[in-house]
Design a protein around this ligand. Sequence first.
Ligand code: BGC
Length: 465
Amino acid sequence: MPEGIKSNKFQFPEGFLWGSATAAYQIEGSPLADGAGPSIWQKFSHTPGLMLNGDTGDVATDHYNRWESDVELMASLGMKAYRFSTSWSRILPEGRGRINQKGIDFYSRLVDKLLEKDIEPLLTLYHWDLPEALDNIGGWLNRDIADYFAEYASVMYKNLDGRVKKWVTLNEPWVVTDGGYLFGALAPGHKNRAECPLASHNLMRAHGAAVKAYREIGKHEIGLVVNIEPKYPSTDSPEDIAATKRADAYMNRQYLDVAFKGKYPEEMAEIFEDAWLPEQPAEDYELIKQKLDFVGINYYTRSVTAYEPNNWHLKAKGVRVPHKTYTETGWEVFEQGLYDTLKWFKELYGDTPLYITENGSAFFDPPKAIRGKVHDPLRVDYMQRHLQAIHNAISDGVDIRGYMCWSLLDNLEWSLGYSKRFGIIHVDYETLERTPKNSAKYYSEIIATNGAILSEDPFEVLKKY
Ligand code: BGC
């Protein structure tokens, strides 16, 4: 144990994968470079009025040009893993058919560099940037999209499975449909209640088709990433409890139930009323219910839920809890919710290995580092609390294999543009200069001690910096 560490209470299992996460459109920039086709985010961000401050991903953090030094930075922090996503329309500019070799080359170079630095790549195939050409023929509402997704996935497996050993089909199908098809805050910006269940179903069919294709081509592991926000009733009234169950079914169980049990939660029909899915072919459910090697959980916050009859479709609302710390995105800091989520998963879906594929917080950081430093005590505190909660879940028998903090870099927070900083590395958006924040330094100490330092006061640990 390194000198000065008093307790090894928070020592993580050997081989625990410590890393960070990003997504293509949020960091890369140069969205049309080297023959890439436009994605729905290219279109959405260039439509006036949809993005805060008119921000776009045209430059983002310029990772497309700075990937090499970004990997060096990860290595300098001691990271063991990196979760990133590939952009479908860089690989297949029209979404299907013609392959753009230069798109593959970009990710191939990135993977080589990661491996050279002993950083394990976790590759997500879909983090929300659907090729615009596919959106033009219905996007996730078109049943054929499952085949197009499997086609794209297979191109990636054939090119990278020798080097990438952990694959993710979809990132957060709930956000894709709730944001993209129901409320319209995310691309493609539809607001149509009848579309939401169908888009979800086709996403999950696409997930199933990509896992099936992996079993034919791939030799390693593949899984699904979901966002879980545990719901707690605000009182024990039957109305609040029922509202909480609906919110939980919609956001948390909808995708896991169909992936693990081959059916949607019974609350879905009550929630969507006449807009719920008509009967679907039985083989759809067979396709969706593929065996998964792992599940990735993205956790940020909880929701305290109350009955609200005027809110279609859940008849529920979130209630703000007084005297709690809220992040810049309005999310309560509640690490117990992560522990509860991990136990909940095991109880409902069994012993599939888990990774925390995202966890992090947006707090205010200055636009420029001050004397070369960025002090971010609230993010440091958030990190310590959540990692301790994960350790507690491991001690209580949940099989958790790794942690990818969100995010490596400050980046484009979708339609909120560059207004929210989630990075442990600060990005100066004028110069694109990177500065590791205190949270990055703290994280590198956590990695170096395999968690043991979590029992120390983080601000004592950080004094030496
Ligand atoms: C997404 C990220 C996003 C983060 C913070 C997750 O829902 O996967 O892309 O930046 O949450 O909002």
